[in-house]
Design a protein around this ligand. Sequence first.
Ligand SMILES: Cc1cc2nc3c(=O)[nH]c(=O)nc-3n(C[C@H](O)[C@H](O)[C@H](O)COP(=O)(O)OP(=O)(O)OC[C@H]3O[C@@H](n4cnc5c(N)ncnc54)[C@H](O)[C@@H]3O)c2cc1C
Length: 309
Amino acid sequence: MEEVKCYLPKTLKEALEIKAQVDVLPLAGGSDLMVSHKRTLGLTPVFEKPVMIIRNLPELKGIYLNEKGECCIGAGCTSAEIAENTLCPWHLRQAASRMGAIGLRNSATIAGNLANASPKGDTPGPLYLLDARVRLSSVRGDREVLVSDFIVKYRTIDLLPDELITQIIVPLSEDDFDYIFWHKVGTRKANAISKITLSQAIRFASDGKTVEDFRLSATSTGSKTNRSRDVEKLLIGREITDETIESVVEGFDRIISPRAMPEFRREATRRMIRRFLSEAAKKPSSKVIDTYDGYHMTGAPVPRGEENG
Ligand SMILES: Cc1cc2nc3c(=O)[nH]c(=O)nc-3n(C[C@H](O)[C@H](O)[C@H](O)COP(=O)(O)OP(=O)(O)OC[C@H]3O[C@@H](n4cnc5c(N)ncnc54)[C@H](O)[C@@H]3O)c2cc1C
């Protein structure tokens, strides 16, 4: 049987000291690492370097609001913990509650999802939308970077060899917007890797018509999550009309990767943007607009609520 050398630090300080001295692979929930290192049935995974198990570090747990009202989420919080915690922003709770299936959600951590840097990962979409930052810690100290900068490109992150992700800080929440939208298009209700996931949010000025803020991010639309302030600005300061909706649809269409986006995904994206904005313009009583009527991957319309079934 192959041996896997493991470090089991009891505190974050100990973990950072190990990270500063040894080239170790941090293992949190293990849901990505155990799959990427798996071998044939019955054989233990082979790791190219020692593993440092960090899933039980108390400093990486906990969710609280800081003095600025920002939501601070421990890097080791699982999808289940995030989905259930109402301090976490709505968009992020939606994404966390639809990751994998129940078993996975009890082990997969938010830091693991970000470090994995998959364009199909579910948590980056809401985190891009809400200007979230990651805190990176080492024995040298801490630094913070926007999640959208931390994920540099496909499977590439801005993490130095002696650093660990220790916290995710989300400055905005649903309270900052009048209407919100999140929808994951997948092939099943559980264990469905995203075909495309859209997060949207809008706030109107005091006249009730002019758009004061609008945000739109999408996963599975390129080598990393897509969000463009330039596209969002096509609506900010304007009213929602057929013309401004189409300018956003066309603007977003241009930034998403042609390679990652066959026509059915592109069309689903357009429909979700149009639906959100046209519904928001009608000022419905419900803050949550998720009335996308769904498309199976064949393009055939399906009844509402069954689009991921
Ligand atoms: C069956 C199945 C279904 C899945 N479904 C989904 C899905 O629907 N949506 C989705 O987004 N993902 C999905 N995934 C992918 C995976 O579960 C997530 O990416 C998960 O969040 C990874 O977290 P983890 O704690 O398990 O990471 P691990 O496997 O422990 O680690 C992943 C990477 O992150 C690094 N890492 C972990 N924590 C830290 C830290 N604190 N600091 C620095 N580096 C760190 C590790 O070194 C490794 O490189 C699925 C995986 C499986 C096996």
